[in-house]
Write a protein that binds this ligand. Structure first.
Ligand SMILES: Cc1cc2nc3c(=O)[nH]c(=O)nc-3n(C[C@H](O)[C@H](O)[C@H](O)COP(=O)(O)OP(=O)(O)OC[C@H]3O[C@@H](n4cnc5c(N)ncnc54)[C@H](O)[C@@H]3O)c2cc1C
Length: 504
């Protein structure tokens, strides 16, 4: 059954995870004010699945069961699914900043592909286990955290070469009924308010590191799991018009001898397929990140335009303001266009699902990763210095300053000063505060650092085809100045300027 946001928040009460925030033990995640903005943001994906205007995007029919499920838990069957998912992610992220739950989708799709592939290569039964799990997750309408990025220790060393092997999650023991895992995943979005974690490998592994190639599902409150998290957004800060309501917590998740039964294990030592699982997840996730950050772009374009207006400037009359806003639009829609292209040119996977095109997904993610800083700059450019200089909301009700401040801080007369202050604080929240830094870093590193995208673009782009093209042109003599292009007399060029010899 599809939950509402209220159902989702309520459902968290059935779990008792071991969570710490800012050094405090959190007894009830659902009631913790420091986590509430994160719960609110995920909640949007639940409520929109019931909303008449949005449910077409936020739900899908799961082919293997015929059931209506959340788009955030659906296995893509065609290009239209990818377009809908992209649009859905943009929609929920422009409302909530980052609605987080699309990570569940990205991981489920990667595990679906990888388990099929592993079974074919090793005669295992991972896909059967996974399908049973997938249908259960869809029926319960859960939210799954992605526990992929390991703590990694010394980056120049392989997992097996680390002085402390727990900087990577790995199999500690293999039992007849399951496996025991241990180690640390360093950055898990929404960790405290997920229902379960999907533990996945974060890199390719060599055969001697087989125990590190592990994928399994673990409830957030499984024995041995500890979550050390940061608050979501800026809860309780009066100036945080947006991030006080919506935000994202990240958690370090430690696994201390956690037992995982066989039916929740989807990879246990198959290194080659583990590498495939990581890159497949990366492609799905980078495609989703494009939608997420386009939603952020929507917020900046809207706020930047309103800011200019409230400053008394009309973009139609002031070319430099219009140019800055057009630059913001161009950046946002150019990486979003890569997401559309990746959906349209998707690849069919032998597992029976589709993958967004790897090159376009990676180029879109690389663009947003690097252009996020320009997006902030453009918002600052059109806004002016008051985004950092506006006195804090406490001053709004100071009888000694309120009236005189209000009189001089008004911009365009028709726009009330309160509205101008709201817009300034909104832009400050998204582009100046610690949340602005958060949006930058998640754009740059979330889904992999830029170098990871560049490698994927270089690995997958048909460079050899381009070389062949030029080789063929050179062989035909197109660029070989001084030689004839055509052997036919009188057909040296389109005009035939060279007269054919008379006596042939
Ligand atoms: C807000 C946020 C939310 C996130 N959410 C999740 C989540 O839900 N689940 C999850 O699993 N992950 C999540 N991530 C993690 C994200 O995938 C990683 O940040 C990303 O893969 C980079 O890894 P890292 O942070 O360990 O940085 P590093 O890998 O340490 O990279 C830092 C720099 O070092 C370089 N580098 C690293 N290793 C090498 C090497 N061997 N040789 C040469 N150069 C190297 C990189 O290219 C980069 O420039 C999140 C990240 C952020 C910021």
């Amino acid at each position: 059954m599809l939950m509402t946001a209220a159902d989702y928040r309520e459902s968290l009460r059935a779990y008792s995870p071991r969570v710490f925030v800012d050094g405090d033990r959190v007894e009830r995640v659902a009631d913790e004010p420091r986590l509430l903005p994160g719960i609110n943001a995920v909640g949007i994906t639940y409520d929109y699945a019931h909303d008449a205007g949005h449910k077409q995007l936020l739900t899908a029919i799961q082919g293997s069961s015929g059931k209506t499920v959340s788009r955030m838990l659906h296995i893509n069957e065609g290009s239209q699914d990818l377009l809908n998912k992209l649009e859905a992610v943009r929609l929920v992220c422009k409302v909530a900043g980052c609605a987080q739950r699309y990570l569940s989708h990205d991981a489920l799709n990667a595990i679906f592909q990888a388990t099929k592939r592993t079974d074919q290569a090793h005669e295992t039964d991972y896909n059967q286990r996974f399908m049973a799990y997938l249908h259960e997750v869809q029926i319960k309408d859960l939210t799954l955290g992605v526990a992929m990025t390991d703590a990694k220790g010394d980056r120049s060393r392989r997992p097996g070469e680390q002085s402390n092997s727990d900087v990577y999650v790995h199999i500690k023991e293999r039992r007849p009924d399951g496996i025991v895992i241990g180690g640390t995943k360093a950055i898990v979005t929404g960790a405290p308010y997920m229902h379960e974690f999907l533990v996945m490998p974060c890199r390719t592994h060599q055969p001697e590191d087989a125990d590190f190639a592990v994928c399994c599902a673990v409830p957030v409150d499984a024995e041995g799991v500890t979550i050390i998290a940061k608050p979501a957004g800026r809860p309780g800060e009066p100036a945080a018009k947006f991030s006080g309501k919506y935000g994202q917590s990240t958690g370090v998740v430690m696994f201390d001898k956690v037992f995982v039964p066989h039916d929740r294990v989807f990879l246990a030592g198959e290194t080659e397929e583990g590498g495939f699982m990581t890159t497949s997840y990366a492609t799905h996730h980078r495609h989703s990140c494009i939608g997420a950050r386009a939603g952020f772009g929507d917020l900046l374009i809207g706020a930047g335009t309103m800011m200019a207006k409230s400053n008394g400037l009309d973009a139609d009359k002031h070319g430099h303001i219009r140019d800055a806003l057009v630059d913001l639009i161009t950046i946002t829609e150019s990486f979003y266009a890569c997401g559309i292209a990746a959906s349209v040119y998707c690849e069919e996977d032998p597992a029976g699902s589709v993958m967004p095109d790897t090159v376009y997904s990676n180029i879109g993610k690389l663009l947003l990763a690097t252009k996020i800083y320009d997006m902030h700059k453009l918002a600052h450019y059109v806004s002016g210095g008051m985004v950092v200089a506006l006195p804090n909301p406490d001053e709004d009700h100071n009888p000694e300053t309120e009236a005189s401040l209000a009189a001089v801080l008004v911009g365009r007369q028709e726009i009330p000063v309160e509205r101008r202050k709201d817009i300034l604080r909104f832009i400050e929240d998204l582009t100046v505060s610690n949340q602005a830094g958060w949006y930058s870093v998640i754009s740059l590193h979330g889904g992999g650092s830029p170098e990871a995208m560049k490698r994927e673009i270089w690995r997958n782009y048909p460079v050899a085809e381009k070389e062949d093209l030029v080789t063929q042109l050179l062989d035909r003599g197109v660029y070989n100045q001084g030689q004839k292009i055509s052997k036919q007399p009188g057909r040296c060029c389109a005009k035939g300027c060279e007269t054919p010899p008379k006596s042939l």
